[in-house]
Write a protein that binds this ligand. Structure first.
Ligand SMILES: NC(=O)C1=CN([C@@H]2O[C@H](COP(=O)(O)OP(=O)(O)OC[C@H]3O[C@@H](n4cnc5c(N)ncnc54)[C@H](OP(=O)(O)O)[C@@H]3O)[C@@H](O)[C@H]2O)C=CC1
Ligand SMILES: O=C(O)[C@@H]1CCC=N1
Length: 278
């Protein structure tokens, strides 16, 4: 893999760019980025990461890039693909990080026979090399492309290869997942501040609590339920706190959130499939 071009310069594109540069999988000069309209954003990325940019809407790097990352919103899929169509995509690998959009739609819309398309679902923790990324190959993926793209995402976290039928659920689970965790952290901080502690102190305590819990999961050979039990003394403070969460059906709220996010990913895919057949 020599040159990677990002079409879309938003949150996930930046997280990936930051991660792959930090992990030295790619050099800044091998990365190209464009977007739809926001020139200031592109200049900001160039200043921060020293990557190549083109003017908004200028996809000329597609001619020499080996890998093209589709990093725009699902609503922009048809427009984004139409703009790619005029290019000779022979031998190139198209990597989509777009929620809900099936590989088949990309394959069928782009004007290239037997195109290598890989659908992926990373999360923004790419930026610190800690993404949980799922990848699924399209119909005509070359083995070497799959190896290369796996390597790209392994440079910024862990990778699971899955059947495409699981991608919407993964989008709702680990694609959106950091947001659920941040939401809980926001609430923990709010609770700490309410006790009268300084916000900075609360933040340090809470962030480290979350980092420590995550490391325990990775390093202790016990599941989360067992780790929770170790903290929960009979009739102690944790038991009192957990009882409130159980009473408010915290686990069910999380399950419902993931299901809803999964349904939303599926809906996004259906919308654009039906557009294709119109
Ligand atoms: N954010 C996340 O945590 C994750 C997001 N994703 C997926 O990644 C995709 C991007 O999400 P995110 O980065 O959050 O979105 P952002 O809104 O932050 O960025 C979207 C980018 O797409 C650009 N864009 C829109 N249309 C076009 C076009 N036709 N050609 C070129 N660029 C275009 C926008 O340009 P401009 O600003 O100029 O309009 C912008 O740079 C989505 O499909 C999402 O499902 C996947 C995993 C995680
Ligand atoms: O919210 C979204 O649609 C995207 C997909 C996964 C994370 N963010």
């Amino acid at each position: 893999m020599k040159q990677v071009g990002f079409i879309g310069a938003g949150s996930i594109a930046e997280a990936m760019i930051k991660g792959v540069i930090q992990n030295q999988l790619l050099q800044p000069e091998d990365i190209w980025v464009t977007n739809a309209a926001n020139q200031a954003r592109l200049l900001g990325l160039q200043t921060k990461y020293d990557v190549n940019i083109t003017s908004p809407g200028d996809l000329s790097f597609v001619e020499h890039a080996d890998v093209i990352v589709l990093a725009f919103k699902p609503k922009d899929i048809m427009n984004g693909l139409e703009r790619l169509k005029p290019f000779n995509l022979k031998g190139k690998c198209i990597v989509s990080v777009i929620a809900g959009v099936p590989t088949r739609l990309i394959e069928d819309t782009l004007n290239e026979a037997e195109l290598s398309v890989i659908r992926t679902m990373p999360n923004t923790s790419c930026a610190v090399g800690e993404s949980a990324t799922a990848i699924t190959p399209g119909r005509w993926v070359k083995n070497q492309d799959l190896i290369n793209i796996r390597r790209l995402f392994e440079a910024v976290g862990i990778v699971e290869e899955v059947e495409e039928s699981h991608m919407d659920a993964i989008t709702g689970l680990s694609g959106s997942g950091p947001a659920y965790v941040y939401y809980m952290i926001e609430a923990l901080v709010e609770a700490g501040v309410k006790t009268g502690l300084e916000k900075e102190i609360v933040q340090r305590l809470v962030y480290q609590t979350v980092v420590g819990a995550a490391r325990m999961l990775q390093e202790a050979e016990e599941d989360p339920a067992a780790l929770r039990e170790h903290i929960t003394s009979p009739a102690g403070t944790t038991a009192a706190g957990i009882a409130v969460l159980a009473e408010r059906n915290f686990p069910q709220a999380i399950v419902d959130a993931v299901c809803k996010a999964t349904d939303r990913a599926h809906e996004l895919g259906l919308v654009y499939q039906s557009e294709l057949s119109d």
